[in-house]
Design a protein around this ligand. Structure first.
Ligand SMILES: *Cc1c(COP(=O)(O)O)cnc(C)c1O
Length: 380
């Protein structure tokens, strides 16, 4: 029976002729990395997000590494960050030599980092605060920015989930001191690999532009100084460049962002209508009052529901699900190398969360099918 059902993936790409054309355009141009497509992407991204600088890089992970370095994270500094996130958020602190200090989320309804927890964990070594807009829902930005300004600590937005989501009338990723977006396959702007950093700070931007490419002084500057045949290396840099194919794909995907997010919002309404009838399921961010991009569709199962059985049951019906996230602070690497922390709300969500399929081409029919199967599981 299950073989006849179409497989509904957790995520599916919204690709078409535009993307094929963009890749062909790059191939025909014979310029493969950091060229006109990258420049155009950076320009278009900065325009869209109304930020002064957008700097494209190879991934959000490398973007986060550069952001940590730019704000001065190094040995003997601490960075406060969530644990209910992808491991790259806190890994990036460690790459820069700093120590991640985990803070719990607000509640079983609001899964973003708690401002009270942030303030409690600030000390003289705190060099930055990384926040993550879980599922494309904004963190408590007014409170967080107020605390950050009072203690004079920069805020890095991990905006991997966030493109096109709002806090009040402001786009996420344009509120903190520096922000990092991902173009990984399953994000709202998908290119396979890639990322971009946004900031209004000229010093951060100049430093990041240099160290994304080996810390070399730029060709433009060389020409300006009249020694274009050589260059200097002024910092320890990396090869964190984006290539032209990914930049061209990102430009296509940025154009589709709003319509894709609109479809996701309608899909979320459809899910909520169907699932709100089920006792054993709670949908987080019930009181969210800004425009969200529904990067993922997470649900919280009742305490006594066997998550594994539900996921297996859905898989047998051809429905792919996932968990966002197994908390970072309980991973072996973190437990063995860092101070043990207790984050009761994060841990509880980590045990009871399931992520249902969500993507810009999902149909109401697919959502009905998924909801019916979930209902079937709960009736058993
Ligand atoms: C996907 C993701 C990243 C990493 O992005 P890459 O582009 O794959 O490096 C970082 N943080 C969060 C919250 C993510 O979801």
């Amino acid at each position: 029976m299950s073989k006849q059902n179409p497989v509904i993936p957790l995520f599916d790409l919204n690709y078409g002729r535009e993307e094929e054309e963009a890749v062909s355009r790059v191939l025909r141009s014979k310029w493969l990395t950091m060229g006109p497509e990258t420049e155009a992407l950076e320009y278009e991204f900065a325009e869209y997000f109304k930020v002064k600088h957008a700097i494209a890089v190879s991934s959000c992970t490398t973007a986060l590494h550069l952001a940590n370095l730019a704000v001065g994270v190094k040995q003997e500094t601490e960075v406060i960050c969530p644990s209910l996130t992808f491991v790259a958020t806190s890994n990036s602190v460690i790459y820069a030599g700093g120590t991640p200090v985990f803070a719990d989320v607000v509640s079983l309804d609001d899964w973003t980092i708690s401002p009270d927890e942030i303030e409690e964990k600030i000390n003289k070594n705190t060099r930055a605060i990384i926040i993550m807009h879980y599922g494309g829902f904004a963190c408590k930005m007014d409170e967080i920015i107020e605390i950050a300004q009072r203690y004079k600590i920069p805020v890095i937005e991990d905006a991997a989930h966030a493109p096109g989501s709002f806090y009040k009338d402001r786009l996420l990723g344009a509120i903190g001191n520096i922000s990092c977006f991902s173009f990984f396959s399953n994000k709202n702007i998908s290119t396979g690999e890639g990322g971009i950093i946004c900031t209004n700070n000229d010093d951060y931007a100049n430093y990041i532009k240099k160290i994304r490419s080996h810390g070399m002084t730029s060709a433009t500057l060389d020409r300006h100084l009249g020694h274009a045949y050589s260059y200097d290396v002024t910092d320890l840099g990396y090869n964190y460049r984006i290539d032209e194919i990914h930049a061209a794909l990102a430009r296509c995907q940025l154009k589709k962002l709003e319509t894709g997010n609109e479809r996701r919002r309608l899909a979320a309404i459809c899910y909520k209508d169907a699932l709100s009838k089920i006792d054993g399921i709670k949908i987080p961010f019930g009181n969210y009052c800004f425009l969200a991009n529904y990067h993922i569709f997470p649900i919280l199962l009742g305490k006594n529901i066997d998550r594994h059985s539900l996921m297996v049951f859905l898989r047998e019906k051809g429905i792919q699900t996932s968990i966002h996230y197994p908390p970072v602070h309980v991973f072996s690497y973190y437990r063995e190398n860092y101070k043990i922390t207790m984050l009761p709300i994060t841990e509880e969500i980590g045990m009871r969360e399931v992520t249902l399929p969500m993507f810009p081409t999902i149909t109401d029919g697919q959502i009905c099918f998924i909801s019916e199967k979930i209902m079937e599981f709960f009736q058993k």
